[in-house]
Write a protein that binds this ligand. Structure first.
Ligand code: GDP
Length: 140
């Protein structure tokens, strides 16, 4: 399987509860490597642009408000099949449907405050990585 890169965001519900390290351990235990990382606060414009694909969804305004409610940790993860592997480690969007052992099953508070974001396909991964990181910031 090819080595891929994917974008991860540890969301405000998780930074608020001091879960950053526990979540990164899940990535590393699954064979993913953190090759870029930054803790930051998203502006409203950042969050609206990042989630632009969801602009028409009824939960868009709430999602943006949640994503700017506290610090996030944005990261690039690298590994074999990293995009699908990260999605597997994250678990289903709604924690009620997430498999045992996944990040969302163990840590998510709700379908919205679900602790992590992960790119869903190669093209989105490339675009989402570029949204947050310069090539110089990524060290594999
Ligand atoms: P993901 O790829 O698993 O993160 O899921 P989506 O791309 O479908 O949704 C993006 C994010 O929007 C999710 O991770 C949640 O934080 C939020 N979200 C998704 N569905 C809902 C919903 O029905 N209600 C609310 N309030 N938020 C949602």
């Amino acid at each position: 399987m090819a080595v891929e890169r994917t974008l991860s965001i540890i969301k405000p519900d998780a930074t608020r509860r001091n879960l950053t390290g526990k979540i990164i351990a899940k990535f590393e235990d699954a064979g993913l490597r953190v090759i870029a990382s930054r803790r930051m606060r998203l502006s409203q414009a950042d969050a609206e642009a990042f989630y632009g694909v969801h602009r028409e969804r009824p939960f868009f305004a709430d999602l943006v408000k949640f994503m700017i409610s506290g610090p996030v940790v944005v990261q690039v993860l690298e590994g074999e099949g990293a995009i699908a592997k990260n999605r597997e480690v994250m678990g289903a969007t709604n924690p009620a449907n997430a498999a045992p052992g996944t990040i969302r099953k163990e840590f998510a508070e709700s379908i919205e405050a679900n602790s992590v974001h992960g790119s869903d396909a190669p093209e989105t991964a490339a675009n989402e990585i570029k949204f947050f990181f310069r090539d110089l910031d990524i060290v594999s």
